[in-house]
Design a binder for this molecule. Structure first.
Ligand code: ADP
Length: 311
């Protein structure tokens, strides 16, 4: 089983408008989805045929509605209830633009977090792979993902960590190491204080190899959007490339990549297959208008177009 964690989920509401008229009435038809990075991972894993369970924190009427949306999508879920109301995020697509209004989400009480930690320990013990995605909600310390990594790895699950900023830094400082981290190029530059571009793969490789914080993490992957990714595994370095495409909607490509890693790592695939699978998922998501959804009927074509070379 693959367990996905979404600590700050949202009801994502998307409005498609020809034109956004400011200071006047805009009539809209909403499209609502159970949102959050971990839920994108869950939906893609379902498409890949995996046994997946989603967990995290849900609260109030919006939380109950969110559970209904997950059920409707066929996403098995076991979330911990909280007093605060699950947030709503608005995404307005208009005139080729994407205007987003993102609520910060509820404050988490210490007792609620304790209840989640206990639930997580119980579920992680049944999982082969655990994915931790996105930012932490208000009231949760930046070191919390490191705590979850320790619990899951001690229970024998492999943890894939997709976060950035303070929570990534705290996890890198911790003794408990995840199986994989996947910052994108902007996130790794932020962490290292560098300004590497997609052409600086060798320098990036050297910098990561010399940085003790990454020692002991089996897979370190830096995703680079249309330029593919660089992956380091147990002393080997790989470059994965695919022919560039004009993305239809690349939102969720990183989450789809994580789903690909979870799927292939759970299956015990070799390094090249792991990287080909992950990059195929990222690209197939970018080809689909829906966030966290792959154009599955183009799997073979895209998979065969991903070239992985050892550096
Ligand atoms: P994030 O969403 O975390 O920023 P990226 O944008 O780096 O992640 O995308 C993750 C992966 O998705 C990339 O490594 C690549 O394999 C694939 N991908 C994303 N955008 C494109 C694109 N326009 N063309 C081809 N592949 C893409």
């Amino acid at each position: 089983m693959i367990l996905t964690v979404t600590m700050n989920p949202s009801i994502d509401t998307r409005y498609q408008l020809d034109k956004l008229i400011i200071d006047d009435v805009n009539r809209v038809t909403p499209e609502k989805t159970a949102g959050g990075k971990g839920l994108n991972v869950s939906r893609v894993l379902l498409q890949l045929g995996d046994d997946v369970l989603a967990t995290g924190l849900l609260g109030g009427h919006m939380g109950a509605y969110m559970a209904e949306l997950m059920d409707a999508d066929g996403v098995k879920n076991d979330f911990v209830p909280i007093a605060g109301e699950t947030r709503i995020c608005l995404n307005i697509l208009h005139e080729g633009n994407q205007t987003e209004l993102l609520e910060s989400g509820p404050q988490i009480a210490p007792a609620e977090l304790e209840a989640f930690t206990a639930k997580f320990a119980e579920l992680a013990a049944k999982a082969d792979v655990v994915t931790l995605s996105g930012s932490l909600p208000r009231g949760v310390d930046a070191g919390y993902y490191a705590e979850l990594v320790k619990i899951a790895e001690e229970a024998g699950a492999k943890v894939l960590l997709d976060t950035s900023g303070a929570s990534l830094e705290a996890a890198l400082e911790s003794d408990a190491k995840p199986e994989l981290v996947k910052p994108n190029l902007t996130e790794i530059n932020g962490l290292l204080g560098t300004s590497f571009t997609t052409d600086d793969v060798d320098a990036l490789h050297e910098t990561l190899a010399a940085d003790d914080r990454f020692a002991g993490i089996p897979w370190v992957v830096v995703s680079m959007g249309a330029a593919g990714s660089v992956g380091f595994h147990e002393g080997r370095a790989f470059r994965a490339k695919t022919p560039a495409i004009a993305a239809v909607n690349a939102t969720g490509s990183g989450d789809s990549t994580i789903a690909g890693f979870a799927h292939a790592i759970a299956a015990g695939a070799d390094d090249v297959t792991v990287l080909k699978t992950a990059n195929t998922c990222g690209k197939l998501n970018a080809m689909d208008p829906k966030t966290g959804h792959l154009v599955m009927d183009r799997w073979d074509e895209v998979y065969n177009s991903v070239v992985v070379t050892e550096l």
